[in-house]
Design a protein around this ligand. Structure first.
Ligand SMILES: C[S@@+](CC[C@H](N)C(=O)[O-])C[C@H]1O[C@@H](n2cnc3c(N)ncnc32)[C@H](O)[C@@H]1O
Length: 314
């Protein structure tokens, strides 16, 4: 039966990691651990600690080993089906809240998180603004199950705007196919896959889902999904709605250029605490450069109803 202090030292882990595991298994704070170094570890506690330490030594991220990660003040469950939420992404939540708060009252803002993963962004927004209607989509059914469980755990059932609407979709395709049911949003946020196909950091990220890192169609510059979202998002936004995208540390110029080429207005980038341009965004193109499915459907039926009536008058 090893003493707590001996196990911590012999674990082969950085002291802080070993202490975090002890906290998870025994429920002891670091202060309690320091006050009782002689405590004898035994039975299932010792077995669990050894098993968790072995996973950490094998390179598995701490968040997966513990099954949780804090984001925007909330503790999210995470599994290897979802990206581990990063502190950088909190800036995206902040910016989205600013955009939603700037809407003229009275309003029930509506926001869509595309590529929700663990639900970190969607749940943080829903938690921070009870009157905001939140939708979240992801291509991965297993990621959506994690996000739904997080929403269920972290949000009040009495939330004024109701529960988050979760949709399984390859980007906007499910919304496009059901354009009558999908509303327009005031803000679309996304932390999409943006890691380039041959990025040298990929081996270090091997425990996280490839779908979250490089996406379904890995590309040389990592921007394929961002290109797709920038080209499609306007169809699902109100005229003054915003698109906010997280991207790689060296992709801001390229993302701003894409937004500008597609007619987005007020294009900007925002810096994270390290001074890196991490989020870029813009306001819905105006006049619309692309016709939305609803407009196309309506103008088609208008034309069918009457040749006298002007098509596409909406
Ligand atoms: C970088 S992760 C972001 C997860 C979460 N929003 C966060 O910030 O922690 C990107 C997410 O996009 C999803 N995704 C990838 N390709 C997609 C697609 N074609 N359609 C919808 N979601 C997709 C992945 O499953 C993953 O959950």
């Amino acid at each position: 039966m090893p003493r707590l202090a001996d196990w911590t030292q012999a674990s082969g882990l950085p002291r802080l990691d070993a202490q975090v595991l002890v906290s998870a298994v025994l429920g002891w704070s670091r202060a309690q651990q320091l006050a009782h170094p002689e405590y004898a570890l035994r039975g299932t506690d010792l077995e669990r600690l050894d098993a968790l330490a072995a996973r950490l030594r094998a390179g598995e991220p701490l968040a997966y080993v513990l099954g949780e990660r804090e984001f925007y003040g909330l503790m999210f469950r995470v599994t290897p089906d979802v990206l581990i939420p990063r502190p950088d992404t909190e800036l995206l939540v902040e910016l989205a809240l600013q955009k939603l708060d700037a809407l003229p009252p009275p309003s029930t803002p509506r926001v869509l998180d595309v590529g929700t993963g663990s639900g970190a962004i969607a749940v943080a927004l829903a938690h921070a603004r009870a009157r905001t209607e939140v939708w979240a989509l992801d291509a991965s059914a297993s990621a959506l199950a994690v996000a739904q469980a997080n929403a269920w755990r972290l949000l009040s059932p009495q939330r004024a705007a109701g529960a988050i609407r979760f949709v399984q979709s390859d980007w906007f395709s499910a919304l496009r196919h059901d354009s009558n049911a999908a509303p327009r949003f005031d803000c679309i946020v996304s932390n999409p896959p943006y890691v380039a196909q041959h990025d040298p950091h990929l081996p270090a990220l091997r425990h996280e889902p490839a779908l979250a890192l490089t996406g379904q169609r890995p590309s040389a510059d990592g921007l394929d999904d961002i290109r797709h979202i920038i080209a499609q998002a306007a169809d699902f936004l109100h005229d003054s709605g915003w698109l906010l995208l997280e991207h790689g540390f060296d992709q801001a110029d390229a993302v701003r250029a894409l937004l500008t080429v597609h007619g987005w207005r007020a294009v900007f980038s925002a810096r994270d605490l390290a001074g890196i341009e991490r989020i870029s965004g813009g306001q819905c193109p105006h006049p619309r450069q692309m016709q939305s499915p609803r407009k196309i459907a309506r103008s088609t039926s208008n034309r069918k109803r009457s040749h006298v009536q002007r098509a596409g008058t909406d």
